[in-house]
Ligand binder design. Structure first.
Ligand code: SAM
Ligand code: SF4
Ligand code: SF4
Length: 338
């Protein structure tokens, strides 16, 4: 097996596969309803990678060093026969871990099938326990109870469960403590995600971000925390354990404390484009290669070239710019005040 390294000596380890561009939610920070309305042109089915194509690509990626696969979307559970895809990926020698990120609305129905197919872990997104605020954030589509029932079923099915909460100032920051308390009692790891400037449609402003430090301080007031070591190099969440030993939380702080230096993730979109960064403006079309009947050697070569020339570090760069702006701001203030 080849060990690929990019320009910043980062290996290729994780593959995130989006299996659909569609979603039954319209979260304002991801697919706002004003843009993803009834006339929005989602991909037609013949433009989406089929299971044979995905399986073939996973094998190629494994030969290049990938060990972990995460299935995402859109809402991945909207993809017809998803457990079959999980089963196929599970059978590939070299895949050590398969995870799924979902909004949880269909988890009650699919949890057992997914677990039987070989899924090991599920991250369920839930932004509030308050129905009104949750409804507001998901574009008036889903109820808290449905997601909680999905989580219960996932646990019963033997899946490892984590909860993801995107925190947006003025929208759900008042729910940080209640979410922490609830999931501490349930013994589930809750991961707070700093609201990010992904895509072009969410109208992101730095002022809408609740920084990691603020989140930690709020939870620390509820029950004292201590930072603990990552489970592995490149883990995206910083981990904190409750000092009473009753569980842990995580914070994914791509805005205030970025982690590009250990980023070993590559993303495959539903239409088969490869993105070497969450913030990349364009992807490389692998579907074309697959459908042009190129053999695996040609595809392996293309992906190796892409990874070896990769130098993405978007969040680190944004941080550096923000710091420079803050510094400039400070200098101007001292001029006026002094
Ligand atoms: N639909 C599934 C879900 O919501 O879990 C999977 C896809 S969703 C794009 C994957 C994760 O990205 C979710 O946890 C979601 O909350 C997070 N996300 C989406 N937009 C975000 C943003 N602007 N900032 C931070 N996290 C975001
Ligand atoms: Fe859908 Fe997930 Fe995006 Fe919300 S975050 S709109 S559930 S894809
Ligand atoms: Fe990786 Fe890009 Fe995120 Fe940095 S900004 S951690 S390179 S996906």
């Amino acid at each position: 097996m080849t060990t690929l390294q990019d320009q910043l000596q980062r290996p290729l380890r994780d593959l995130r596969i989006s299996v659909t561009d569609r979603c039954n939610f319209r979260c304002s920070y991801c697919m706002p309803a004003e843009i993803f309305g009834p006339d929005y042109a989602f991909l037609p089915s013949d433009k989406i990678l089929n299971f044979d194509e995905i399986e073939r690509l996973v094998k190629v990626f494994v030969s290049l060093g990938v060990k972990k696969v995460r299935i995402t979307g859109g809402e991945p559970l909207l993809r017809h026969n998803l457990p079959e895809l999980i089963e196929r990926i599970h059978r590939i020698v070299g895949v050590e871990d398969i995870a799924l990120t979902t909004n949880g609305t269909l988890l009650k129905k699919f949890a057992l099938k997914l677990a039987k197919a070989g899924l090991s872990r599920v991250s369920v997104s839930l932004d509030s326990l308050n129905d009104e605020r949750f409804f507001e954030m998901n574009g008036h589509r889903g109820k808290v109870l449905t997601v909680l029932e999905g989580i219960e079923k996932a646990v019963e099915a033997g899946l490892q469960v984590k909860i993801n909460m995107v925190v947006q100032k003025g929208k759900n920051d008042q729910d940080i403590v209640s979410m922490a308390q609830f999931f501490k009692e349930k013994q589930h790891i809750l991961r707070f995600i700093e609201y990010m400037d992904v895509g072009n449609s969410n109208g992101w402003r730095l002022n809408d971000v609740v920084p990691k430090q603020e989140i930690i301080e709020s939870v620390h007031q509820l029950s004292p925390l201590q930072q603990i070591v990552p489970n592995y190099k490149g883990e995206v969440a910083t981990r904190y354990q409750y000092q009473d030993d009753q569980g842990e939380i995580g914070v994914i702080s791509s805005v205030t404390d970025s982690f590009c230096s250990t980023c070993s993730r590559v993303r495959l979109s539903a239409e088969g484009k490869l993105y070497t960064c969450l913030f990349a403006t364009d992807g490389i079309d692998l579907r074309e290669l697959l459908r042009a009947e190129k053999d695996d050697t040609a595809i392996i070569q293309r992906i190796s070239d892409i990874w070896e020339s990769r130098n993405d570090r978007y969040s680190d760069e944004r941080n550096e710019q923000t710091m420079t702006k803050r510094k400039k701001f400070k200098i101007e203030m001292s001029h006026i005040g002094g």
